[in-house]
Design a protein around this ligand. Structure first.
Ligand code: GLU
Length: 310
């Protein structure tokens, strides 16, 4: 299917998605990947993105980033949905799931292919070894796109952006990042593509997420630029660490959020974000109070948060 056909077939649905959110005001989002149950680090991101949006009278959307089907951890999608309910977050639109939108990402890939902005790559992980920056081996081979990874061509360009917490950032696309994968050889659409397309289609204006994603931002800005999408505003939050000094993640067995402890966990998240004290009460009222007294300038500076061992 060509992008024109896809867009024509889904035009009213896509139009509706863009109209559901007002583009003239703050629209934020929380976009977890269901690769494990949500943990305290995820809660910090959810709370900060929610309060930052609501304090600016904006909207807040939830998107489940589940294109990487082999990495979905059983039960984690339902844990995410139960968390949204238990912590009493109120998304301003229906929650979307990226695995229902694969045709859309394919259509965008075809558009990039027609513009000669992507190429097929047959390099295996083994061939790439420990090189993190792709050397462009397949760039001019003109390989057939079927059953190969698809990479976007980057240009020798500096991407600058001002992060609200982490300050001025700059990466050179060729030297620091290299041509990056948009679709894997096994057919999985990469996060980089899906996140850029959906932030645009959902009318997102502000991204508040963990500092582990800071390095991806230049790639996403570049891809958005190729697709003609407006630039977003970024705030990358310091990451909650465990007692061993590692960031909380499924890999190091971060504890799943315990829904029976929602108020205590919310209190701890506001404390980690260095917000004024919250009166312990129901999650809905705590969030409301958190929004009223939200002050992003109080969030600790840096990329890690210590002393919140949950
Ligand atoms: N899905 C990504 C994650 O869970 C976050 C995406 C984003 O906020 O841009 O790490």
């Amino acid at each position: 299917m060509t992008v024109e056909n896809y867009l024509a077939e889904h035009s009213s649905e896509l139009e509706q998605q863009r109209n559901d959110v007002s583009l003239t005001r703050y629209t934020g989002r929380f976009a977890p990947s269901p690769t494990g149950p949500l943990h305290f680090g995820s809660l910090i991101t959810a709370v900060a993105s929610y309060c930052d949006a609501k304090a600016q009278h904006g909207k807040w959307l939830v998107r489940i980033e589940d294109t990487d089907i082999p990495r979905i951890y059983p039960g984690s999608e339902s844990h995410i949905l139960r968390c949204i309910d238990a912590f009493q977050f109120k998304p301003d639109a229906e929650i979307i799931f990226q695995k229902d939108r694969l045709e859309l990402y394919e259509a965008i890939l075809q558009q990039l292919q027609q513009q000669d902005l992507v190429y097929a790559c047959q390099c295996t992980r083994k061939m790439l070894g420990s090189n993190h920056i792709y050397a462009g081996t397949c760039r001019n081979l003109g390989l057939d796109f079927a059953e190969q990874a698809i990479r976007v061509k980057v240009s020798d360009q500096d991407i600058y952006f001002q992060d609200r917490l982490q300050g001025q950032q700059c990466s050179n696309l060729t030297q620091d990042l290299g041509d990056f994968v948009l679709k894997r050889r096994d057919g999985i659409i990469n996060y980089q593509l899906a996140v850029v397309v959906d932030d645009y289609l959902q009318g997102i204006t502000h991204v508040v997420r963990g500092a582990d994603l800071l390095d991806n931002t230049a790639r996403q800005i570049y891809l958005g630029q190729l697709l003609g999408y407006p630039r977003l505003n970024y705030m990358h939050l310091p990451l909650a660490m465990n007692a061993q000094g590692q960031k909380l993640s499924k890999q190091n067995l971060a504890q799943a959020l315990d829904l029976t402890q929602a108020s205590q966990l919310l209190q701890a998240a506001f404390t980690a974000l260095n917000q004024p004290p919250i009166t312990l009460d129901t999650p809905a009222r705590m969030l409301l109070q958190g929004i009223q007294q939200w002050d992003a300038s109080r969030i600790p500076v840096g990329t890690t948060l210590h002393g919140c061992y949950l």
